[in-house]
Design a protein around this ligand. Sequence first.
Ligand SMILES: [Cu+2]
Length: 154
Amino acid sequence: MKKILVAGLLAMLAATQAYADEVKVSKAWTRATAPGQDSASVQLTITSKKDATLIGVASGSAQSGEIHSMVMEGDVMKMRALDALPLPAKTPVSLGEDGNHLMLIGLRKPLKAGHKLPFALTVKFADGHTSVIRVLAVIKPLETTAAEGHEHHH
Ligand SMILES: [Cu+2]
């Protein structure tokens, strides 16, 4: 009975959609890690019904998480950690496609394609209320290409 319940919950989570309060997260994915790689860029789309800000990312599978933006300094693309990322009401914000992305740093074990990476997003609403949204990112093969596929220099 308990096993069936857990399987059902995992199946729901496997859809990589999570709803908590007024926030929807979809299409969460990351790549399998290369040997020696201990950080991962997580890509997803997040939509809040109300004005909010994304203020944190964390995972039991990593030592820390950061919200990153990509900025050009001269002709070098650099990553900068953001304290908060605005989530305008009813506007899908695609992390990973516009230079902003989530980084999980200090992975406790390699990410394997076909597995799922659990993580949590902390969102703060305009009224000060915060909500933690639990998400599972699909781990795709290392060679997966995407328009946003950029080199990561930490
Ligand atoms: Cu980054």
